[in-house]
Write a protein that binds this ligand. Structure first.
Ligand SMILES: Nc1nc2c(ncn2[C@@H]2O[C@H](COP(=O)(O)OP(=O)(O)OP(=O)(O)O)[C@@H](O)[C@H]2O)c(=O)[nH]1
Ligand SMILES: [Mg+2]
Length: 197
């Protein structure tokens, strides 16, 4: 969940447990559980980008089972977060193990509980203030700051990969920020180098 950050624009990563379908108290089928899929390690993007990525050809191999990473991308207000919420409900109901990551630093509230939330690491409003940026520049810079820590996210995902079927990532409404920025490339290529994305 979003947490109040310190005056620093970026704070330590925090992660929540992987969702196993049994987690997320009170999850219902109609409404996605807002309970974060359970978490326990330190912490950390929407359309659905599915299918094999050109950035990597993870096969599972020695590392064993690999979850499928789905980055939900789309225009502002196109329903990315709603889709995430529905997927959360669906997978939770089927007891499919998955992991949810929120990459939207500006969202006020998510209708799903993210295992890793950019808002736990980067304070979007503080970034705007410190760098004297507008909303879009704030999102861009927040994502860039977060991308510098994405290795830590990958470490968490690597550790959990064998027990996960899916890794779902919600992204900011400003699609161009994700698709055209260095941070978007870093995040998507990091994922694709490790698992089908
Ligand atoms: N009619 C209709 N409305 C939808 C659908 N999906 C989402 N909405 C509505 O569209 C609005 C925006 O949905 P979000 O899921 O927040 O969209 P988003 O892409 O995450 O928005 P940003 O994060 O701001 O870019 C909400 O009021 C949703 O209820 C859909 O399939 N059909
Ligand atoms: Mg959204």
């Amino acid at each position: 969940m979003a947490s109040a950050s310190t005056t620093d624009e970026i704070v330590g990563l925090s992660a929540h447990n992987a969702s196993t379908g049994t987690a997320g108290a009170g999850a219902t089928t109609a409404a996605a559980s807002t309970e974060p899929p359970p978490t326990d390690e330190p912490a950390p993007a929407p359309g659905v980008a599915a299918g094999p990525s050109s950035a990597g050809t993870p096969t599972g191999g020695a590392a064993g089972k690999r979850p499928v990473a789905c980055i939900v991308l789309g225009m502002a207000g196109s329903g990315k977060t709603t889709l995430m919420q529905r997927l959360n409900s669906h997978l939770h109901e089927r007891k499919t193990p998955y992991y949810l990551i929120n990459l939207d630093p500006a969202v006020l509230d998510t209708p799903f509980g993210a295992n890793i939330d950019i808002r736990d690491t980067v304070n979007y409003k503080e970034v705007m203030r410190q760098y004297q940026l507008g909303p879009n520049g704030g999102i861009l810079t927040s994502l860039n700051l977060f991308a510098t820590r994405f290795e830590e996210v990958m470490t968490i995902l690597e550790a959990r990969a064998p027990s996960l079927d899916y890794v779902l990532l919600d992204t900011p409404g400003q699609i161009e920020i994700f698709t055209w920025s260095a941070s978007g490339a870093i995040i998507s290529e990091s994922l694709a180098s490790s698992m089908p994305t």
